[in-house]
Design a protein around this ligand. Structure first.
Ligand code: OGA
Ligand code: NI
Length: 364
């Protein structure tokens, strides 16, 4: 592997960094609006379905409480994540992810699209953490594994529940969504670490993007902000950390399935000088080879669906090549060439310094 390839796999050693190196310097617009806030929905609220519909149409994101995940488990997963990221660089590298594997420590896959690196390190899993945990804690792997497995199991239950409420909010019955089998779903699990940064105005934790899944459930440490969404007012809005709440993103496959009624939310992570932030992300969807196509109920008479059928597996590949143009590629009558080569971008963060019109093009 060449040194540049390696740089794009192995995060920098963030400990003791006193200034943001050129490799990590972004041109970003740090302004953020506090006029509006992301909807907060109590899942036990009798109006939950209507509120979810409004949130998915207007924001593409909401926070939920009363989701049933014990607070203790949220605290434990954060503790285990910190325990992992606090290991030495050499220890973490024992679990280094290879370029094509979904499992292990390293820079997250979307980084490959950019020349500039992000101020973060990640640990990704599809399935069990056992084999990787054993490499760093040969005798003491069990607390890490137990907590992650418990979290994955409980999140799956919550994700199925929220997905069902979302289908209901679209006016769809169980028969309409036969492709979605609650007993056979898929998830990718990420632990994200955003170390303290000497100059947060020049660094970016995660570039603006939408997620490829159906929905994404994110738990963020309650000590400090970091996650921002591109709100209906076309401004960045902080997703306030609320202890015990989980953030739910509408992701690309749901935008596709809902025939654009629900919008996949553009979001990013900023970093802080004061705090080392942790987030735990659960990307959820059907089994990866199930084809998704808008149901007739969501299509106006005489129209055809906006997007051609696609599976999560195929969509991930398209996203890997086209990044923020992936949805456009899937549109019927798309003008984007489907097999274009991957583009590598510079250090200008997507959406920053662009006008509203261009933003809509990105989201469409
Ligand atoms: C992601 C993501 C934001 C965060 O992992 O896709 O958007 O706050 N993360 O970690
Ligand atoms: Ni995301």
């Amino acid at each position: 592997m060449s040194p540049t390839e390696l740089d794009h796999l192995v995060p920098m050693d963030f400990k003791n960094v006193v200034q943001v190196p050129d490799t990590h310097t972004w041109l970003i617009n740090n302004s953020c609006s506090s006029e509006e806030s992301v909807p907060l929905i109590d899942l036990e609220d009798p109006q939950a379905v209507e509120k979810i519909k409004m949130a998915c149409e207007n924001w593409g994101v909401f926070q939920v409480t009363n989701h049933g995940i014990p607070m203790e488990l949220l605290a434990q997963i954060e503790h285990q994540a910190r325990r992992f990221f606090d290991l030495t660089r050499e220890e973490k590298l024992l679990t280094l992810r290879s370029p094509d594997s979904p499992n292990g420590y390293g820079i997250i896959p979307i980084s490959r699209t950019f020349n500039t690196l992000m101020w973060m390190e990640g640990f990704t899993l599809s399935g069990s953490p056992l084999e990787l945990a054993r490499r760093v804690w040969p005798k003491d792997y069990s607390p890490f594994c137990t907590v992650i497995e418990d979290y994955q199991e409980q999140m799956m239950g919550v994700a199925v529940k929220i997905t069902s409420l979302i289908f209901k909010s679209l006016g769809l019955s169980r028969e309409d969504v036969e492709w979605f089998d609650p007993k056979s779903t898929e998830a990718f699990f990420h632990l994200n670490s955003y170390p303290r940064c000497p100059d947060p105005t020049r660094a970016l934790g995660m570039v603006p993007h939408t997620d490829s899944s159906l929905i994404t459930l994110l738990y963020q440490s309650s000590t400090n902000r970091g996650l921002q969404v591109y709100g209906p007012n076309l401004k960045w809005v902080d997703v306030e950390p609320i202890s015990n709440a989980i953030v739910v993103n509408v992701s690309d496959l749901l935008q596709i399935y809902s025939n654009d009624q629900f919008k996949s939310v553009v979001h990013r992570a900023i970093v802080s000088e004061a705090n080392h932030r942790i987030s735990v992300v659960y990307f959820f969807g059907p089994k990866i080879d199930v084809n998704i196509l808008s149901p007739p109920k969501l299509i106006k008479d005489g129209d055809s669906p906006m997007y051609r059928p696609v599976s999560w597996k195929e969509y991930r590949e398209i996203k890997g090549v086209h990044f923020d143009k992936a949805l456009e590629v899937l549109r019927f009558n798309s003008v984007v060439v489907e097999n274009a080569n991957a583009v590598t971008r510079g250090n200008e963060a997507p959406l920053d310094g662009v006008d509203g019109g261009k933003v809509e093009a990105l989201e469409a």
